[in-house]
Design a protein around this ligand. Sequence first.
Ligand SMILES: [Zn+2]
Length: 270
Amino acid sequence: MRLGRPGIAISGGGILLIVALALVTGQDPLELLNAVSGPSASVDSGPGGQGQVGAPTDELGKFAASVLGSTEDVWERVLPSVGHRYRRPTLVLFTGEVQSACGFTSAAVGPFYCPLDGKAYLDLSFFNELKQRFGAPGDFAQAYVIAHEIGHHVQNLLGIADQVDAARRRVSSEDANALSVRMELQADCLAGVWAYHANRDANLLEPGDVEEGLRAAGAIGDDRIQKRAQGYTVPETWTHGSSAMRVRWLRRGLQSGDVRDCDTFDADSL
Ligand SMILES: [Zn+2]
């Protein structure tokens, strides 16, 4: 992936400056990054992240900020085209555990978005897990994970998150899971929409990137995860969709670049 090119919110020069400053002051580079990035591409290193940020995390931290900046460039243009204004979210980087408006969450849960405070939470160790446990390495695979969480932010801005939340409270747990699957697949599709536009604007994708993202989407499907954990899979308990579904919806967004093609709630088959 070619990130950090002109047009992306945080430029390479700025990042270098931050890392250099951090070396001099001994401060956490992510905190400095947060301090200077201002309203654009705001990245917090959450309360749990302090004192544990080493060199590899710095690299990942600035990568995460670049991806976030790219999602802002894209969504600030794409959302108005369907009649909505984009509000930039905050990306909170943490290690261990984190307190959000949605409660206290451990890194074991994986990356998540909290609609109550409008922030995406990312434990950078998930990237390692993606590579080692799920066999899905690569920068585009990592970017897809971030773009998926930003997809949830878009759903929040569009009012979809509220509607689904209300609907889930009225139905059986099985039907609530089915709604959750449609919600997650839509976030996958929206991640694809981001990649489509980011690629058109800045030639983001390199050969193999799409396969990398699709591999990651396929690796974190509920069926694959359940089979690995318990040897069998129970579709009624799925909350994110099967590997095949996740690949299909990410690919759909990637190919069309149109939010309206991401209506998983209207789709007969997923
Ligand atoms: Zn999700």
